[in-house]
Design a protein around this ligand. Structure first.
Ligand code: SF4
Length: 591
């Protein structure tokens, strides 16, 4: 969901009282950029309290603008049902649980499932950051929902807002791979280190004692203004980019030898969001900055967070991510500033094996006599839909076999710690409820991702999750017709350019432009190491598959042996692709 709130909090016709006016002329007659209104809201929030507690006592079905912004730091997005806007605003909340590395116990899974049924819309959404989202929770049910989540030892604090979001890592539970254990441990350390220290969350939602000690005093890392924008961190294991490590503000790629982690290659400055037709905004892959030892990793990342806190742009939220600071400064200046703060020089990144994207689907031995099963979850949505009753199947499995549950960055799910004798039972439940096995799904469908978009996300310009399956139906047919059915093709769709499903590194990215129209990007790499480029713009939803069809045909005819679709598009280049596939209709779209 609206993982990205890229735009300043200035909504048409809803100018909040506290937002400052336009920039005033400076001494030289030039407008002096002023901090955004959201900066004022953060600073005046008294450690993320604002007037949220008082607003909870009122009968209103929603919060005011300042409260709405503060709620994001508590893991809550105020939304309204966009399918029903003609009747007026029907407010409900998205509740996002922060789950480092996507690791849940069976009990924690069942708590979220019960909340989805009791207070939400009956579905659970796995996010592309290994979180869980509940949708459709009413204001009056927020406190009960957050208490239940916290009683299960999960929090929503810091799942959204301008701070370090959920820390991701490879979720694979292989007991005899010590590298994985060290990656998991680092992700947890980073998550603990950057969790906000404010007691506001406990005061408001969990009836904690009122302990406000003064502005910013509770937050040694963030201070009273928190960060200029959200900040994303992921830890990857050698050779596997299942967390899309180059798209993060900070990425750490493990460097290992003989089963031991020697350290991490430190990447910085990645990010997906952009705004259509604003070339000063762009997706960016992180740069490899240095090698850090396991002991250095947390303190070094803290210094990067502090640089961003002090130097990130607080006057324009479209320029506020770390990627723009590194773009403006250049990598060398950024590294020098980091080293100045650390007081020592960092060694260059170490050689690492090439990355690939492992979805971790199907049955795998864990190395301790037990098994895990990776299940593909269409659009990350755990629900019962027609003959496919995934939610019911998962309830039966989790309730009966009590596996661990892990959420992946590809919005899929792993059931872990299953005994050999459980496997037949698990498969029988899945089969009884029509859940397809990994080998019954096309690669295009397994690698596909979509963001929630309409009707819940307030920033969506177009549909995503609700329409991608039908687009995939068509593309699957075309792939089969061209003899490409087995092709590992990553197709990602978002309802707006904020890029929550990371569309700009996919082989094919469909990005919402306006109601029913999409920008089509091609030429990324499934392993997340190359950005794609705009191929066609303003393509109607009903013509997306048709827009891509000539490319697939060309790929089938002219690919080099073993060449991936994204690599093929990248090799030919946009100009050649456009001229070789141009039709009168496609020219029309480009206008
Ligand atoms: Fe994210 Fe999709 Fe909403 Fe855009 S429409 S903010 S990409 S969830």
């Amino acid at each position: 969901m609206a993982d990205e709130a890229r735009h300043p909090p200035r909504l048409p016709g809803k100018r909040p009282a506290r937002l400052p006016g336009p920039p005033k002329p400076g001494p030289a007659g030039k407008a002096t950029p002023q901090k955004t209104g959201l900066e004022t809201i953060k600073e005046e929030s008294r450690g993320l309290r604002g007037t949220v507690a008082q607003a909870l006592q009122s009968d209103a079905d929603h919060f005011d603008e300042a409260e709405k912004q503060i709620l994001k730091f508590h893991g809550l997005y105020q939304q309204d049902d966009r399918d029903r806007r003609k009747e007026g605003k029907h407010y409900a909340f998205m509740v996002r649980s922060k789950i480092p590395g996507g690791r849940l116990t069976a009990s924690q899974y069942l708590v979220h499932e019960a909340l989805a049924d009791g207070y939400g819309n009956g579905t659970l959404r796995i996010t592309t950051r290994q979180d869980f989202q509940l949708h459709g929770v009413l204001k009056g049910d927020l406190r009960a929902s957050l208490r239940a989540i916290n009683q299960s030892l999960v929090t929503t604090l810091g799942a959204c807002g301008d701070l370090v979001r959920n820390v991701m890592c490879c979720p694979v539970p292989v007991a005899d791979d010590p590298v994985l254990a060290q990656i998991e441990a680092l992700a947890q350390r980073l998550s603990d280190h950057f969790t906000p220290r404010t007691r506001a969350y406990h005061e408001i939602w969990l009836d904690g004692e009122k302990v406000y000690n003064g502005a910013g005093g509770e937050e040694p890392i963030y201070g009273e203004g928190y960060l200029p924008r959200k900040f994303k961190i992921a830890v990857a294991r050698p050779g596997d980019n299942c967390v899309d490590v180059y798209t993060q503000d900070v990425g750490l790629v493990a460097v290992a030898e003989d089963g031991a982690v020697l350290g991490f290659n430190l990447l910085a400055g990645g990010g997906m969001g952009m705004t259509h037709k604003k070339p000063e905004t762009f997706p960016r892959l992180a740069d490899a900055l240095a090698f850090v030892t396991p002991a250095e990793a947390v303190p070094v990342v803290e210094q990067i967070v502090r640089i961003q806190r002090e130097h990130g742009d607080r006057t324009d939220r479209r320029q506020a991510r770390l990627k723009y600071l590194i773009h403006r400064w250049g990598v060398d200046r950024f590294r020098r500033e980091l080293e100045r703060r650390l007081g020592y020089a960092l060694p260059p990144p170490a050689p690492t094996p090439p990355l690939d994207l492992d979805l971790h689907l199907g049955w795998h031995a864990q190395g301790d006599g037990r098994w895990f099963l990776g299940l593909s979850v269409e659009n990350g949505r755990i629900q019962d839909a027609g003959a496919r009753r995934l939610k019911t199947a998962l309830h039966e499995i989790v309730d009966t076999f009590r596996p661990g549950v892990r959420l992946t960055a590809n919005h899929d799910l792993l059931l872990t710690d299953l005994c050999e004798r459980d496997r037949a039972g698990v498969e029988a439940v899945l089969c009884a409820h029509g859940v397809l096995r990994e080998d019954e799904l096309s690669n295009a469908r397994k690698y596909a991702m979509a963001c929630p978009a309409l009707p819940t996300c307030g920033l969506a310009l177009a549909e995503s999750e609700r329409v991608l399956p039908a687009v995939l139906d068509e593309i699957e047919r075309d792939l089969a017709a061209f003899g490409l059915a087995g092709e590992k093709l990553s197709i990602r769709m978002t309802g707006c350019p904020n890029g929550c499903a990371r569309p700009y590194v996919a082989d094919l990215g469909f990005v919402g432009r306006s109601a029913d129209r999409y920008a089509v990007f091609v030429g990324g790499r499934r392993d997340g190491t190359r950005l794609n480029q705009l191929f066609r713009d303003l393509v109607p939803l009903g013509e997306l598959a048709a827009a891509v069809r000539p490319l697939l045909a060309l790929f089938a005819q002219r690919r080099a042996p073993g060449e991936a679709f994204g690599d093929f598009c990248d090799r030919l280049g946009l100009d050649a692709l456009q001229s070789l596939t141009a039709t009168p209709a496609s020219h029309e779209h480009a206008r």
